[in-house]
Design a protein around this ligand. Sequence first.
Ligand SMILES: *Cc1c(COP(=O)(O)O)cnc(C)c1O
Length: 448
Amino acid sequence: MTDTLAPTSTPAVTQERRIVTAIPGPKSQELHERRLAAVPVGVSSALPVYIEAAHGAIVRDVDGNQFIDLGAGIGVTTIGHTDDAVVEAAREQLGSVIHTLFTITPYEEYVRVAELLAEHTPGTHAKKTVLVNSGAEAVENGVKIARKYTGRNGVAVLEHAYHGRTNLTMAMTFKAMPYSLGFGPFAGDIHRAPNSYPFRDGLSGVEAAKRTTDYLEKTVGATDLACLVVEPIQGEGGFQVPADGYLPALQEWCTANGIVFIADEIQSGMARTGAYFASEHFGVVPDMVLSAKGIAGGLPLAGVTGRAEIMDASHPGGLGGTFGGNPVAAAAAIAVFDRIEKDDLLAEGRRIEGVLKTGLLELQQKYDVIGDVRGIGAMIAIELVEPGTKNPNSAAVQKIASYAGQHAVILLTAGTYGNVLRFLPSLAISDALLREALAVIDEALATL
Ligand SMILES: *Cc1c(COP(=O)(O)O)cnc(C)c1O
């Protein structure tokens, strides 16, 4: 291994929580002042500690504080920060070729990622993949291809969905604040139907699916819909796990009506839930699967993988983009797939679910502010309520996330009502670190 690019002055990040200054410390505060002058307020940070190094499940700030990372950059560093295999693959690729543009002169790494996605997304049918740079761009391309294939315009999405921040995806995302308020006009022909939200609607999967499809049939008409885009487990919306039978009923309805069934697995995919893709837990085989976030170990890469006949609906030259499927990001993605396979990282997702769910269910016994504990694998959430009701309690969520940050645990919030705490640790996190983080959250709950 060549070490020419290794950071020489940065000491290794040990897998331990460590608090050495107030949080944020003086160096972070100094950087924050510079940032406020140079970066617009629209780009805000949940915890303004400036990170100088990260490895595994720990990030270290410029003041030397070490945080247990339960967010993994929103489910991006799924196999761990600066995973050795990813670093090695990217470093090697940097020394051979960084960019040619696949639509000018192609390279093997792009093709290999497409093969791996065909192999590991649900279903054994023939599949093809286009690679792009971000989740939102994958959603844009998925919709674009579905429209071309069906010759229809309508796009159906669900309540509480999150699909991104570009113009089309802002219109597909449910929550206006902060994602779209004041940023219009928005793309048309987007139709938002009720989802399955077992904690709040009490419906069976079949009942919830009927509500979704009835709504779309009445307000749009199935024959006007090109696609239905669904997160198998909703991300930003609050980790809603749909009731049993909901997704299969939607898929059946899509198939019967010639609608492309698109699974946005950008947050739930790539080994996050103890399966390569969360669709597998629900027994559905989407026509198209969107991946991004965890696919390349932290490098920007996204994929649209679909039935070959759907993906081939676009004329030559209709799909692409300058940076899509960049060789370094693609090399990193190949290393990610290799690690998942070789080191059985799917089992790590199940291990983490065991520790997290058990711990959070225990906390629910102790604190009646926890209304619901839900999720699969390393994608677990608690929904906080005003005790004795289902009224959303976003104030409690803010207090706990802030307490956690002060005690060197990075904990993300979510939910349309801002009342969900979500746990998206990397698969590299140890049981001991998870339990330590749970103890901090226990303390935080006790202060309410
Ligand atoms: C993050 C996310 C997106 C958008 O991805 P970006 O890379 O931020 O554009 C879309 N869908 C889901 C489900 C996501 O979690």
